[in-house]
Design a protein around this ligand. Structure first.
Ligand code: NAP
Length: 533
């Protein structure tokens, strides 16, 4: 029987690269299949101006090799997309990963052969890869969502999507630009496009909360200090809610006096970034606490944006703070003080259709040369359901998930033996530092593969009852918070027709990884492990 590897990994982002390395370390033959022509995953595709990570560089990086984390120098507190891609390439070179990565190849179908207990994987390059184990490292935010803007075919200008940005870059000098989307990607791109373009019109459907990054270079002293404490910081990260070493849950907003609250909010605002959300124990639990945190941010917006009508349009009022993913920016709100930037509220005045030279709302017409879509992703499941993945009895994963994605621990799906999903639905994934979340899943899966080899196990499959129980836990946990009170991509609400199921696990990275460890220690409860005979 043809067998190309022990493990086929789909995707050469941070998850797939480390999966390859870890599998090799354990003596497995692994092959990675990657659509792009380079490693890096999301950081390969998302090259829009201003693209930057909003988790701090020293934290958003691999911890599995102390040599690697000691030798790499991050220039900025928050790394740019080119720096992260440079890092990913360095990791690929340093660990000699490329020889087992098939670039420019898209997986189109995967079928579990029950007779042989192997996966057969088809690609757009033709041919078949065969291996006992299939690991989907396809990313949570890797399938761009292109909105159905009426009459978009009429538009004669250029249409660009932030998540599929031209490799050669785009020069907006002298151009009129329109942008749709004010989530993290839009909020990062808008200040950069505004600096270059002749004019920028931002078509906003929903304003988002954004906290300043206060980005800047990391001084050699700070870098040396953090590196000296790396093992302590990584330990703290692994035992934290978000997989990060920033202080969390320092205080409950409602326990503070109004004056103390202002001090705490201001402190977190001045620190910048996600800790404005994670430092407060009750911000995602209690609507009153949440509203206090939200109003502080709205007042900051009102203080920054000079035109009071524009400021009010930028103040999010329809959803709790943090229920749509928090954004982290550099100069976002300040950009609306520029004379060449206009904000249009397309919820109040919806787009009617696009014209050859721009678009029309119910009351106005707008002209631009280029339309930028910063309209997000078919998150968490899109990359899995677009592939024809067939498990036992030829059942399609897409059909199995038509009423909502369920995966035991977010790692494995009943009926799809020997397949694992890194950062799959039901794992903390996007609520955590993704690099550490990748490492935790990779290490857990690798240990299970080694356990199987040692014990003559050929088939590993999630139990359907364990999967149901886990899915209930994921849903009930989310329902206890304010996360479900917004039409977010966490819920699949941004994709028409997608079932509304809250996909990330909200109890935290540390709680989750302890659960995974307990499952392993119990001999993999919730999994059926069977010999091949
Ligand atoms: P997003 O958060 O889903 O935002 C999409 C934006 O497009 C929203 O403002 C949405 O409005 C708007 N939109 C979508 N369809 C539209 C339509 N038909 N008409 C008008 N507006 C439309 O997508 P994203 O900004 O790409 O970010 C997605 C996630 O990627 C982030 O939440 C984050 O997890 C990750 N990300 C991370 C970084 C980083 O720094 N690490 C940077 C970028 C992205 P509605 O809200 O009204 O739907």
């Amino acid at each position: 029987m043809q067998q190309d590897a022990d493990v086929i990994v789909v995707g050469a982002g941070f998850a797939g690269m480390y999966m390859l390395h870890r599998a090799r370390q354990l003596g497995f033959r692994a092959v990675v299949i990657e659509t792009g022509s380079e490693v890096g995953g999301t950081w390969y595709w998302n090259r829009y101006p201003g693209a930057r990570c909003d988790v701090q560089s020293m934290s958003y990086s691999y911890s599995f090799s102390d040599d690697l984390q000691q030798e790499w120098v991050w220039p900025d507190r928050y790394a740019t997309q080119p720096d992260i891609l440079r890092y990913a390439k360095h990791v690929a070179d340093r660990f000699d990963l490329r020889r087992d990565i098939r670039f420019n190849t898209r997986v189109t179908a995967a079928r579990f052969d029950q007779a042989q207990n192997v996966w057969q994987i088809e690609t757009d390059a033709g041919g078949l890869f065969v291996a006992p184990f299939l690991i989907m490292a396809t990313g949570c935010l890797s399938v761009p969502k292109v909105p159905d803007v009426p009459g978009i075919k009429n538009f004669r200008g250029r249409v660009l999507h932030t998540a599929n940005w031209p490799q050669e870059g785009v020069d907006f000098s002298g151009q009129g630009v329109g942008i749709l989307g004010t989530g993290s990607s839009g909020i990062q791109a808008i200040p950069h496009i505004a600096q270059q373009a002749r004019h920028l019109t931002v078509f906003q459907r929903t304003p988002n909360f954004s906290i300043p990054a206060w980005n800047g270079p990391i001084s050699p002293q700070t870098q040396a200090d953090l590196k000296g404490r790396y093992s302590e910081l990584r330990y703290k990260s692994r035992n934290s809610y978000a997989g990060d070493y920033a202080d969390e849950y320092v205080v409950s907003i409602l326990d503070l006096s109004p004056q103390e609250r202002e001090v705490q909010f201001e402190k977190r605002w001045q620190e910048g970034g996600f800790n404005y959300q994670y430092a407060f124990a009750d911000v995602m639990e209690n609507a009153q606490a949440n509203e206090l945190a939200a109003e502080f941010v709205r007042n900051k917006i009102r203080g920054i944006v000079r035109d009071s009508k524009t400021a009010e349009m930028l103040c999010p009022k329809g959803h709790p703070f943090g229920a749509k993913r928090l954004c982290v920016d550099t100069g976002y709100y300040e950009t609306y003080n520029r004379p060449n930037v206009a904000l249009v509220d397309i919820r109040a005045d919806p787009i009617q259709d696009m014209t050859a030279g721009g678009l029309r709302t119910a009351t106005s017409t707008y002209s631009f040369d280029t339309l930028v879509l910063a309209t997000g992703f078919d998150a968490m499941t899109g990359a899995l359901t677009r592939i024809d993945i067939r498990g036992r009895d030829g059942v399609l994963l897409r059909d199995r998930w038509q009423d909502g994605a369920k995966a035991y621990l977010g790692l494995a799906v009943a009926g799809f033996p020997n397949m694992f999903t890194i950062n799959g639905p039901g794992s903390p994934s996007v609520l955590a530092n993704m690099v550490l979340a990748c490492e935790q899943h990779v290490e857990w899966i690798a240990a299970l593969l080694a356990h199987s080899r040692e014990n003559g196990i050929a088939v590993i499959e999630a139990d359907s009852v364990a999967q149901e129980d886990w899915a209930r836990e994921v849903t009930e946990s989310a329902d206890r918070t304010l996360y479900t009170r917004a039409a977010s991509w966490y819920l699949g609400a941004n994709v028409p027709g997608k079932p509304r199921v809250f996909m990330p696990y909200v109890e935290g990275f540390c709680v989750y990884s302890r659960t995974c460890d307990a499952v392993a220690a119990s001999g993999y409860s919730g999994f059926h492990l069977a010999s091949g005979g």
